[in-house]
Design a protein around this ligand. Structure first.
Ligand code: FE
Length: 317
């Protein structure tokens, strides 16, 4: 099947429940389009989505794969941004002081350096290979600024939702230096395991309510990789470099594309050379009200977050 068949319109994505809060990923017309087989347990590709160029923060140019008009969310994932530029004008403006409430932000750096400061007094550097998993919960006010004046900046920010019962928890950071991430050599694949389990090892990120799986997978030419993915999780692949062939049908995903994976309990990729992120998380299935850096369940809770921020009460001391 040609790749063109996988490029679905916004209407088709919405028809399949993608991007609609609280709607399970039960395929409708799309199953027919991609010929999904009912009893196959290996995950196929439901849709391919191109990351959309956008500008955020104080003027940072980035590519948005989740959180755009094409794919507003993939429960529990609310946003996936990639910064990838060696032009300082694209990234120097950074993300000056701003708040978050009601969800988690995950920063994963490939190249370059960011400096982070927050309202709780935390201060840290994020360099190549490092991960920060921040549970904003009740509220955090922070800045994320480039710690370089030139050179390549390459990294990701993922937003992961929290269920109603956890939206106002105390903020928590898991700041992981590159050596904390588990490195595995599996056949033709080199894998960095950030969260979840693989080959009897556990990733360093712990205690996250959506039980995420986060892997950075490098496939050599003709390489192959497979792993279990919990059946009840929503999952996607974001291609970082090169390409890969995903699922039993070998659907090609290219750099800058996100592949929404079908239901199943196993993931397989072959082909390469290429590098991709594999993310899976348990869907929350609650209504989502989002406004800028706040993600709650209702408009009233959003208004409360705005009011609390204005009144200096977002951050609990
Ligand atoms: Fe932030």
């Amino acid at each position: 099947m040609g790749d063109a068949m996988k490029h679905l319109s916004r209407r088709q994505l919405l028809a399949a429940g993608l991007g609609v809060p609280g709607v399970a990923l039960a395929g409708l017309g799309i199953e027919r389009i991609i010929g999904r087989q009912r009893h196959l347990r290996a995950r196929g590709v439901r849709a391919l989505v191109d990351a959309q160029p956008t500008v955020d923060g104080a003027g940072v140019k980035l590519s948005r794969a989740i959180g755009s008009a094409v794919l507003p969310m993939l429960d529990p994932f609310l946003l996936l941004d990639e910064i990838h530029s060696d032009r300082p004008d694209d990234y120097l403006a950074g993300f000056p002081t701003h708040p978050h409430r009601g969800f988690e932000t995950v920063t994963y750096m490939l190249e370059g350096a960011m400096e982070h400061r927050d309202s709780l007094g935390n201060h840290g550097h994020l360099g190549p290979g490092s991960v920060q998993w921040m549970t904003a919960g009740h509220g955090i006010v922070h800045s994320e600024m480039p710690k370089q004046e030139n050179g390549l900046m390459w990294g990701y920010q993922l937003w992961v939702n929290l269920p109603a019962a956890q939206k106002l928890v105390r903020p928590r950071y898991q700041d992981l230096a590159p050596e904390r991430v588990v490195d595995l050599e599996l056949g033709g694949a080199r894998v960095r395991l950030v969260a979840g389990e693989l080959s009897g090892r556990k990733g360093p990120v712990e205690g996250i309510v959506t039980a995420p799986q986060m892997l950075d997978v490098r496939l050599g030419e003709g390489g192959r990789f497979e792993t279990e993915v919990p059946r009840d999780h929503n999952a996607f692949v974001y291609q970082i470099e090169g390409s890969a062939l995903l699922g039993p049908e070998g659907v090609r995903v290219r750099a800058g594309q996100l592949a929404v994976l079908d239901e199943g309990d196993r993931f397989e990729a072959k082909g390469g050379p290429g590098r991709f992120l594999l993310l899976a998380g348990r869907p929350i299935g609650e209504p989502v009200a989002r406004y800028g850096p706040f993600v709650m369940n209702t408009r009233a809770e959003i208004q409360q977050a705005v009011d609390d921020y204005r009144a200096g009460k977002l951050v609990q001391m």
